[in-house]
Write a protein that binds this ligand. Sequence first.
Ligand code: UD1
Ligand code: CA
Length: 456
Amino acid sequence: MKRNVMILAAGKSKRMKSKTGKFLHPVLGKPIIRYVVEMSELLGSEKTVVIVNNESEPVKQALRDKELVYALQDPQLGTGHAVMCGVDQLEGGSTLILLGDAPCIREESLLDLFEAHEKAEADLTVLSVNHSNPFNYGRILREGERVIGIREHRDCTPEELLISEINSGVFLLNTDRLKEYLPKLSNDNAQGEYYITDLLELMSADGLKVRAHLISDETELIGINNRSQLWDVTQVMQRRINQKWLVEGVTMISPDTIFIDADVTLSPDVTIYPGTHLRGKTKVAEDVVLGPNAIVSDCTIGRGSTIENSTVKESTIGDYTNVGPYAYMRPGSVVGDHVKVGDFVELKNVTIGNHTKISHLSYVGDGEVGDNVNIGCGVVFVNYDGQRKHHTKVEDNAFIGCNANLVAPVSVGRGAYVAAGTTVTREVPADALAVGRVRQENKPGWAKGKNKAAKE
Ligand code: UD1
Ligand code: CA
């Protein structure tokens, strides 16, 4: 049967106390709303309608790569009213209503919901759960097996408050029935809103098939209204993602301290130490060791490499390369195989060949470094003249001595040597030695004389 999805995201998220609407707050690197929209894609939704408010431009921006239809709800008169604002966009088949603030629902649960709904030829099926803390959720009212309504927390009698089966906010309906019953909703309740939940009572009273599909995992239903729930959801997602990779053969030391974004890909026999954050679309090959405290965003890391106590952004690292401790690789760094990027080394927008060593305390930016180059301690690629950035090239097998400055634009040829302390301002030809520093002069006995003068 044709499946449509409607996502309710027009609420003003006051309880977040934030300049940013709740749908854009990230959970492990991804805005909340994208989880819900991606779910509609997984389910094969023919048409997905997102209900938004008049401040939702940033939400649309965050979803600009998605094929969606938007409907405006202004003012916001409740969840039932939100559905009314978008229902004309839908035709035939069934309509799944999802809450834009509840990103934890699993695909399997929704597939089961579709199956149960279609098998029972139901008019409406609500996804429910027996919740350990039903506070603030709508309660499912039953008469035996029959579902006769949902009562919002604020409207419950003391007896109804004892019901633990709650409304997830996810509904699956026959689209024509939805259109038929929406106009019958009233706003006669504690909040003076049109509740979508009242559809159950109306339809059940008319003898239509109204069912509740009970799932067992209450964490799937957490809705984000405030930052505390944002944390709850983050913990749920973090656990799910980490558990998935553990099962796929990744070792994690203290997984609770490891944060892996939803779109990261790992390989078997990767080891991750505490305090590590893997962000964006990072891809990690086999036998890589990350952390402790590796922060890696949108990078590709080759087999057998290590990153310890370092930050690496938008860069590519080859195989068997060691980064850190305390290195900073900025965007655009492409590092080869068997390379060492040691302590207090900063790289930016630079290509580094295989077997090259940059062991300590260097800045290597805007350049190209060949294979098997040694960059000594304290080398600086002087790339900035105050106005523009310039390029430095160091060819294969060159040796750059400690504390050298390479003032760009400049190049050092194949196999050339740059003496320690040299400031290179002109091209160094292949196999040459460049020395550019004041010749040392020794004054014998000088210090002795000075010390004697000081004592007198
Ligand atoms: C809602 C349900 C409650 C359920 C809970 C599950 C109703 C009346 N209550 O309560 O039974 O247990 O979700 O999390 O449906 N929205 C709009 N327009 C509006 C109002 C809300 O688009 O006018 C959107 C919100 O942005 C949000 C969703 O609908 O994404 C749910 O609204 P919210 O106010 O969070 O409802 P709850 O109080 O959580
Ligand atoms: Ca909510």
